[in-house]
Design a protein around this ligand. Structure first.
Ligand code: GLA
Length: 674
């Protein structure tokens, strides 16, 4: 598979069980607190702490003058207390002296405005000056701690691109031109790829090319797309430069924390994943979404996809509320355990929190932590202790892998192309469509692998393709071959429309999938917000319809009213020995579930759990001779699940029926049945 990380998983961390960890911002506290922290960490069973993430101004207080006294002391203290270190390179946020002496490192937004220091990550990813200072720091840190006995792994920078992913200054403009010259070789090829015949945009000299700074009208979509690619590559390059320095001084695994989450979309992690020794993700429940808990499962499955199916690390989650959403909700009693074990069910072998001790000062002073402002006589503290002892009871699942025979194709490039400026409907947003398909699968009790469009699909019984607007020729051909060989695919609307240069595939939509689906579409007919249409079956839909004609497919459902009465809306096409479904509209959730239920049944796909409104999640991991079935009950009532085995959390034998109390999680070990 193309997106395999290099292969260290938790054995590389030499951990016998599930790792429990957290960020430890010891710089924010006097040394007198550190001893208390060590005792409390031992009580909580903390295995791993991330330190020095924002340490730069402390360890290099003046240019080239390093002061490692506190870091030395804390490394030794942690080691003496049996806590291993996930050591930050410290480059996430430059110290004030750097931006003061070199204001040219500051990032610039699309409207040409400089973003000043005072927050964090105030640096341009393409800045050679920033790079030079950052690597000098990494060199010092790597040399000093590369063989320290407490060191478990390296944490490069922090959430690369969280704030500074897209930078439009002159340095970035020059780096963008170099990147384009590498990609296209000559200007004629670039002019073709960007369609610059349109609106008199033809370039005659590389120097004329700008990053897509804000213009009076919508900008060239191919240029926007390449700028996204360039920006993701520029940050990956920052990672690789630090990694190279670390490798010279240390053999510990190297990674950085990904942000597989709903509000960050600027990094193409399919390209990043192969560069990581282990895949680590930060996940926070996002209460701006319709279903934050379903999104947690989605993010966990996507992170597993990035890890090539192998176990991964949850590098950050919150004990309770965050501080950066408009309304920051704490977790309900029991939710910490439920959320945490959902990550474990879906492949995490390490659970870490941001952060150990709640800050008393600074922007994050109202962010939850393991040790809250109120201290340890608190629900948060008790729930972390409960989680810790629960993880001890689950130690044997470490290294096992998640079972899934359904896949969903996900692609950052398609996200960028779908949500571009001038498009048929602002109501069609990539992630909404992906989440809609994922939620339907989750509610059907189906565990789904989330994979790149280039992944090997042969082992899946069904492949779901939501809104894959941009698709490369090879990936479209691979999907078609998969179905021809007997696979089952469900493709949803606005898929297959453009190639990798954002060029429309001519001859009728959905160009890349016309033959596979046995349909052709003349025209998109979006619906206005709030408008709905009814289908012949009684199903309801909104957002989008298409003037579609079948060219071989069978019509499963058609519009009964709305702008296109009688036109097919859901079709199924026999293609070789397989079936390809097309859903040409945004069905209501229950109706999308109906279509997927039928398609998955025909495909013979496995549902690990019962159908529910999302309140029950059943996921299986398999390792050695055992299968581990996780049953998560998000609901307010006890549920029953039929299976036999040994329950790891309560230690009880399950005869035929497992009872899972309201809000609880159970994990049942069974002998491997095949
Ligand atoms: C991110 C960062 C952390 C912290 C948390 C707060 O994940 O990596 O430093 O700011 O957000 O939620």
């Amino acid at each position: 598979m193309p997106n395999q990380p290099r292969g260290h998983t938790h054995p590389a961390l030499a951990s016998p069980g599930i790792v429990l960890g957290c960020d430890y911002n010891f710089e924010q506290w006097p040394a007198s607190v550190w001893d208390q922290d060590m005792a409390l960490m031992r009580a909580a069973g903390i295995d791993l702490v991330a330190i020095n993430i924002f340490g730069w101004s402390a360890i290099e207080p003046q240019p080239g003058r390093y002061d490692f006294a506190a870091l030395d002391q804390i490394m030794d203290l942690l080691h003496a207390n049996g806590v291993r270190v996930n050591l930050g390179t410290g480059t996430a946020s430059p110290p004030p002296w750097l931006t003061h002496q070199h204001p040219e490192v500051l990032p610039v937004t699309a409207d040409g405005t400089t973003r000043f220091p005072g927050g964090r990550q105030a640096w341009c990813p393409s800045s050679p000056v920033f790079r030079q200072h950052a690597l000098a720091l990494v060199e010092q840190v790597a040399r000093r701690y590369g063989n320290h006995p407490a060191l478990a792994m390296w944490h490069v920078s922090n959430e690369l691109g969280c704030h500074n992913a897209l930078c439009y200054d002159d340095t970035s403009a020059q780096a963008f031109r170099t990147w384009l010259a590498d990609r296209y070789g000559d200007l004629d090829t670039l002019n073709q790829a960007w369609g610059t015949a349109f609106w008199s945009q033809r370039y005659g000299d590389w120097a004329e090319i700008q990053p897509p700074r804000l213009a009076l009208s919508a900008r060239n979509p191919a240029q926007l797309l390449d700028f996204q690619r360039f920006s993701s590559d520029a940050l990956l390059d920052c990672y690789l430069a630090e990694e190279q320095v670390l490798r010279r001084h240390s053999s510990a695994p190297v990674t950085t924390n990904f942000m597989v989450t709903a509000h960050i979309r600027n990094l193409d992690y399919w390209k990043w994943a192969p560069a990581m020794d282990l895949i680590a993700n930060d996940h926070y429940l996002d209460h701006r979404l319709a279903d934050p808990v379903a999104e947690l499962s989605f993010a966990a499955d996507l992170t597993r996809g990035l890890a090539g199916g192998r176990p991964w690390m949850l590098m950050e989650q919150a004990v309770g509320a965050v501080n950066w959403q408009p309304y920051n909700l704490p977790k309900a009693p029991g939710q910490l355990l439920r959320n945490s074990l959902t990550h474990v069910a879906r492949g995490a072998d390490s659970l870490c929190f941001f952060q150990w001790r709640a800050s008393a000062q600074g922007t994050e002073k109202f962010h939850s932590a393991i040790v809250p402002h109120a201290g340890t006589e608190t629900t948060a503290w008790r729930e972390v202790l409960e989680l810790s002892s629960t993880l001890d009871r689950l130690a044997e699942i470490t290294g096992s892998t998640v079972e899934a025979d359904t896949a969903l194709l996900f692609d950052w490039e398609s996200w960028w192309a779908t949500d571009t400026e001038a498009r048929p409907s602002q109501g069609v947003r990539y992630l909404d469509q992906v989440h809609a398909a994922y939620r339907a699968l989750r509610e059907l009790g189906v565990t789904t692998d989330i994979v790149a469009p280039s992944a090997d699909l042969s082992r899946y019984r069904a492949v779901i393709v939501p809104c894959l607007h941009l698709v490369r020729d090879t990936d479209a051909a691979a999907l078609s071959d998969y179905v021809r060989a007997g696979g089952h695919a469900v493709v949803t609307f606005y898929s297959g429309i453009v190639d990798e240069h954002d060029r429309v595939r001519l001859g009728g939509y959905p160009g890349a999938f016309r033959d596979l689906l046995g349909v052709t579409v003349e025209e998109f007919v979006p619906l206005l917000p709030g408008d709905e249409t009814t289908l012949a079956s009684g199903a309801r839909a909104g957002t989008w319809t298409e003037l579609l004609r079948t060219t071989g497919a069978e019509t499963i459902d058609s519009y009964a009213d709305g702008p296109l009465p009688g036109v097919p809306a859901v079709t199924r096409n026999r293609h070789g020995s397989g079936q390809a479904w097309y859903v040409a509209t945004a069905l209501d959730p229950a109706d999308l579930r109906d279509v997927l239920r039928r398609a998955l049944r025909e495909a013979g796909a496995t549902a690990a759990g019962p159908e529910s409104d999302g309140t029950v999640e059943v996921v299986r991991r398999r390792g050695g001779q055992h299968r581990y079935t996780f049953v998560v009950n998000h609901g307010a009532k006890e549920i029953e699940h039929h299976l036999t085995g040994h329950e790891l959390i309560t230690g009880e034998h399950v005869g035929t029926v497992l009872r899972v109390p309201a809000g609880a999680v159970r994990v049942v070990r069974q002998e491997q049945s095949r």
